[in-house]
Design a protein around this ligand. Structure first.
Ligand SMILES: Nc1ncnc2c1ncn2[C@@H]1O[C@H](COP(=O)(O)OP(=O)(O)O)[C@@H](O)[C@H]1O
Ligand SMILES: [Mg+2]
Length: 278
């Protein structure tokens, strides 16, 4: 069932295994991962460093293939061992380091995709972009160049740019990792606003367990490499959410549950490392 009335953007990850084989090294990054993400869910992935989170996101985005299994979007297989997904405007990635064109303004960045792909005329794209920038409170910076705005603003512009496309799923790989706590908390508010309004599926990777619970509808904990799905925790905190959530008993319970699962995996990773160096 959809979380917020969405009917598009369901992702089905079935028995996905990914082996990287650079010069015969044979790194098993994902081991038989299965996960069903309903349309419109805010799904958060956590797990030890190197456990395969980015590998999974990249397979959905179409940046690399998989070794076995299948990934479907709205019931249509998009990634199989025979054929990797094609990157598309329906799956947009927001990176930690951003991917905006510095020589364009905010408006030019947002309209770039649909115009280049011939999906809208420039006038149509400007109108659509103006609406989204307005909803996101970004109209005041529409004519600024990217190097004139803060990194927080850039993350928000990336989301606006994704929204103007035929977006089904927003893929976010630790987008706020390098930010200070205050900026991060502003980013969270804006992202929650976008989520509550736009009804898009979000696949969000983070190391920050507080962020995971504050934002997510479910938190998926992965095992230490090879990455498997260890535990899926339902975040049964109602939306819209605000900072009061952080003071609630339920939030603390959930945080403890996620922390225990992640710590168990981090300990395994550490012990494996110790053995390697012994
Ligand atoms: N292109 C690649 N070639 C070889 N190994 C890779 C490649 N990409 C990732 N890996 C390995 O796969 C594992 C999972 O990586 P990644 O998905 O980036 O982890 P995470 O995002 O959870 O930190 C790591 O051991 C990493 O070194
Ligand atoms: Mg990663």
């Amino acid at each position: 069932m959809s979380n917020n009335g969405s009917t598009v953007g369901s992702v089905s990850i079935r028995n996905v295994t990914k082996i990287f084989d650079p010069e015969g090294a044979h790194v098993l990054a994902l081991d038989n991962c299965s996960l069903e993400i309903p349309a419109g869910e805010f799904c958060v992935i956590v797990g030890p460093s190197g456990c395969g989170k980015t590998t999974l996101l990249n397979a959905i985005a179409g940046f690399h293939g998989i070794s076995s299994g299948e990934i479907s979007l709205d019931g249509v297989p998009i990634c199989t061992p025979e054929k990797m997904a094609e990157p598309g405007a329906d799956r947009i990635v927001v990176f930690q380091n951003g991917a905006l064109f510095p020589w364009y303004t905010v408006m030019e960045n947002v309209i770039y995709g649909p115009v280049v792909q011939g999906k809208m005329t420039e006038a149509e794209a400007r109108q659509a972009a103006g609406k989204i920038l307005g909803e996101m409170g970004l109209q005041g910076i529409a004519n600024c160049y990217i190097n004139e705005i803060s990194s927080g603003m850039r993350r928000r512009v990336e989301i606006a740019r994704a929204m103007v496309n035929d977006l089904k799923i927003l893929l976010m790989d630790e987008p706020y990792r390098a930010m200070d706590a205050l900026t991060k908390s502003v980013m969270h508010k804006h992202l929650l606003d976008v989520y509550d309004r736009a009804h898009k599926t979000i696949f969000f990777i983070t190391h920050d367990l507080e962020e995971a619970i504050y934002l997510g509808s479910r938190v998926v904990v992965m095992t230490t490499r090879p990455g498997r799905i260890k535990k899926v925790i339902d975040v049964d905190i109602p939306r819209p959410r605000d900072l009061q959530v952080l003071a609630s008993e339920r939030y603390r319970e959930l945080k403890m549950e996620v922390l225990e699962a992640v710590q168990e995996e981090a300990r395994k990773a550490f012990e494996a490392g110790e053995r390697e160096f012994a």
